[in-house]
Ligand binder design. Sequence first.
Ligand code: GCO
Ligand code: MN
Ligand code: MN
Length: 388
Amino acid sequence: MGSYDPKPEHRFTFGLWTVGNVGRDPFGVEVRAPLTPVEIVHLLAEVGAYGVNLHDNDLIPIDATPAERDRIVADFKRALDETGLVVPMATTNLFTDPAFKDGAFTANDPKVRAYALHKTLRAIDLGVELGAKVYVFWGGREGTETDSSKNAADALKRFREAINFLCEYVRDQGYDLKFALEAKPNEPRSNIYLPTTGAMLGFIETLDHPEMVGVNPEVAHEHMAGLNFMHAVAQAWDAGKLFHIDLNDQLFGRYDQDFRFGAEMIKQAFYLVKFLEDIGYDGSRHFDAHAYRTEGPEGVKDFARGCMRTYLILKEKAARFNQDAEIQALLQEIHADDGSFAWLAGGYDREKANRLKAETFDRAALGGRDLRYERLDQLTIELLLGAR
Ligand code: GCO
Ligand code: MN
Ligand code: MN
């Protein structure tokens, strides 16, 4: 058994807004005292994180003067130097201020759209100044309650124009920065545009610089839509677009929970970690979650340590799965191939099509094969439960 101690090479990161969450919800006020960004950096260093991510306004209040901004950034950089923490990702808060109540890049008011671009240009500068290499776009309010208010195709066009503009800005500045689009189906809007990672992947191909833009899939967001998160991640990886990932947990059909990674759907979390480790994903493992509202300062640390520890335990389980003789023998049997159709590989040609049409298939034999997936799944469960 491993030590499960987080190390920099594990690339565990947290947002300022995650461990800094004060426990406000639609029904209740804050239950925890706010921490300053500098305090959060020290907390994350204490629990063993590698990096800290931020929205512009997690660090700099929206109404700060230029002098206040410079002092805050200097203090923050000093805390990073003292602790060795890095800032791999940055993003823009385009959802808290009432100016964004109808969205940001897709808002009906052109002045709001211009303000959203203005705010994002400045936030990109800040992110780059702090060393970020990935810039996330989560369109929390890019949507509708009533579809009478906005044409959905116009909204997509506006969103595309904004991302194109920002890509050109990054190129013009010579920044080493990639964009990662984060989908969410609802909350805080009733309907958010581009609601799933798959939708984002389709949208990216319509941009002027698709090579600069990937996705930031989040466990909770795909679960809110009742989808298999690992499958979404696999599609993003297959497309070369897995630029970042938001880890947390969420039951299907509930409110936006943002629970500790692996807190609820442990089997799904296992397949996800196994996938990321098997493919050698080398980006941040970012926890976009927060402690239960019942917790105080110690509970917040329990939460943060728990996210990383569960990831590492599941990583060890994935290695055991890959080494388990019985599981591997079953998989070999399941994936057995007598090579009789090897000639079909390598794409289409007319001769292959004709040969295939002339083949006869023993459907009874195909359907009669026992697949042993029950046994395989039970072995997986026993491995997860520590019984093997
Ligand atoms: C949410 C989102 C956000 C974003 C964050 C970074 O459900 O609120 O997951 O936490 O990830 O704004 O873009
Ligand atoms: Mn979320
Ligand atoms: Mn997120």
